[in-house]
Design a protein around this ligand. Sequence first.
Ligand SMILES: [Zn+2]
Length: 281
Amino acid sequence: MNYAVKDHRVKRGTSAVDFTATPNKGGTITPEAIVLHDTAGRLDHASSVSWLCNPAAKASAHFVVGRAGEVVQLAPTNVSTWHAGASSFNGRSNVNGFSIGIEIVNPGIMQGAPGNGARAWFGQVFPTAEHGIEHRATPQHGAGLWMPYTEVQIETVAALCLALREAYPSIAALTTHWAISPGRKVDTNPLFPLDHVRARVMGRQDVPSHGDDTDAVTTVGVNLRRWPSLGDNVIEVLPTGKRVRIVRSGVFTNGDETARWFLAATGDNEGWVHGTYLDLD
Ligand SMILES: [Zn+2]
């Protein structure tokens, strides 16, 4: 499942994903964060797409990701959509002005219903066993019944975020609505594997275990890349035996491959090198 972004539209393989234009959008943005949401709606993604394209909703997002991994784009990724509302991220308000919003189809918080059911805010009752619904209580979410996301949905969200980060080097964070609108919003739900997805998308930003100012030497001619992925992002080709200083490392997944990458400073440039091609001191 490989996604890419071209001209602010997302493609899967060679063809663009479904695009349904929302009128609920604003001006041009430089994306610096991705905000994950739940649709808090019915399980078919079309009903959420329809609502987020309705002027009466006064809400929107850039993407809706369905339970079977469907992706629908609602606006180009360089214009603002209305997904965050009153919000703050790292002390900056109006998160819509610098973020991409992804709505994940999920009914949101539910309450117990007679006969082992869970009732969503819109009245629909889901059998708990059939949907694997679980009770959770967290300080951020409060107590409720929550429906797990599907595997393909989580995979799709991660792959989409990776493509966005690749396309926009300005993206430096993956966050959730509950984190930027605390006390007001509870999406994504407590069953979303946020740490896992964040590690895959942003890398685990651990410092080298060898300590600061570790040096390394390239073992072959190798690309120095703007991002830890094999996309079209080469800054320069380092010759064999090039000595670099390691700034930090991270574990990143690209397609089927998970590997450790190193952020390396050459003196002239700083970029990422695949760990296979470095000999660490
Ligand atoms: Zn939300």
